[in-house]
Design a protein around this ligand. Structure first.
Ligand code: PMP
Length: 360
């Protein structure tokens, strides 16, 4: 029986990547040791680090005037690193709140800078929408504008990009980076915790425009000072070397899949397959307005909630793992990041139809 892991994060990694890491674990690169046991300053590891960065730059077409940082602390560390690094650009930040994670970013950033919420999501006719840019405006004096294009918990994805003029746009792409083509030049900073589409948890990738590297507060902790880390090639402190190596393997795998264009098409197909199954059933529902439905995190509720436990345990027995929704939202959530094959989504929809036929 195939096992499919729908975990929201840490999430499934491509099988081919895990096999390669396994094959190289005890003797990496002819060194007679694992990659975890060599100096980050030695040539062999620097080659890994450089290749990972080059591949990521190729995948996302990162312009030359952006630095790519590989930092510790995951996604949440950037919630405070962003206000600290942009502190001298202005006295306040503006935020679009579209779900749990963008709300969390406001709470943390508020400790360091006034952080105003200019817009949130709302409900209309039983569906959840995000306030679109016609409903709010960006203050040109803001130090930056922050939003989260994919809300992992709520299953909300925003396909438009806020136009913020000269105010740097900061995007938390933890759960949809590398899932679709983006134009990096639209953003001042893009950051992502690694544990969905990049690699192991604990690592964060930060892509930051050069001109934003001179606004940090004097008391910014050194390891979160973007300018310092950029100068030191993310090696001011010892970087999470194994995670960086594994991220590099994921980037190679993405290039082998034909790059982001192909991955994006596959993600569209996977999510449509699942939403079609939900929409054509009378047992499963999803209340996110169709244009805001996430391609990565597909939530659904059972009309009869007394069936939740039976659904989860039958799914688990069928090899469909980690479908329980977030504790704050309830119901189910299938996270279908890049590493989830179409077969896994098809297996899930077949299971859902059969469950509805027999129990629903
Ligand atoms: N932002 C988003 C969109 C996330 O999904 C997560 C984690 N699920 C985070 C931030 C926080 O990441 P971490 O747990 O690595 O700090």
């Amino acid at each position: 029986m195939s096992i499919y892991n729908f975990s929201p994060g840490p999430a499934a990694l491509p099988q081919a990547v895990l096999k390669k890491a396994q094959a190289e674990l005890l003797d990496w690169n002819g060194q007679g040791t694992s990659v975890m046991e060599v100096s980050h300053r030695g040539k062999p590891f620097i080659a890994v680090a450089d290749k990972a960065e080059a591949d990521l730059r190729q995948l996302l077409s990162v312009p030359d005037n952006y630095k790519v940082l590989f930092l510790q602390g995951g996604g949440r560390a950037q919630f405070f690193a962003v206000p600290l690094n942009l502190a001298k650009r202005g006295d306040f930040a503006q935020h679009l709140v579209s779900g749990q994670w963008s709300k969390g970013a406001v709470a943390e950033a508020s400790k360091y800078m006034r952080s105003d919420v200019v817009a949130s999501n709302y409900e209309k006719d039983g569906n959840i929408f995000v306030s679109d840019p016609s409903m709010w405006s960006v203050d040109p004096n803001a130090a930056y504008f922050h939003y989260c294009p994919n809300e992992t918990v709520d299953g909300i994805e925003i396909s438009w990009v806020p136009k913020t003029g000269d105010v740097p746009l900061v995007a938390d792409m933890s759960s949809n980076i590398l899932s679709k083509q983006i134009n990096i030049a639209d953003y001042g900073i893009v950051y992502a915790g690694a544990q969905k589409n990049i690699g192991p948890s604990g690592l964060a990738v930060v892509i930051v425009r050069d001109d934003l590297l001179s606004y940090s507060r004097a008391d910014t902790p050194a390891i979160y000072d973007y300018a310092l880390q950029a100068k030191k090639d993310s090696m001011y402190n010892t970087p999470p070397t194994f995670s960086w190596y594994l991220a590099g393997l994921v980037f190679e795998w993405l290039l082998e899949q034909g790059g982001i264009q192909n991955i994006e098409a596959m993600n569209a197909k996977k999510s449509l397959t699942l939403y079609d199954c939900i929409d054509s059933s009378s047992l499963y529902t999803n209340h996110v307005a169709p244009q805001y439905r996430s391609r990565m995190n597909v939530g659904f509720h059972l009309a009869d909630t007394s069936l939740n436990d039976a659904f989860l345990s039958a799914a688990d027995k069928a090899g469909l793992k980690a479908l329980k929704g977030h504790r704050d939202v309830g119901g189910m959530r299938a996270s279908i990041y890049n590493a989830m094959p179409l077969d896994g989504v098809v297996a899930l929809t077949e299971f859902m139809r059969e469950f509805e036929r027999t129990k629903g």
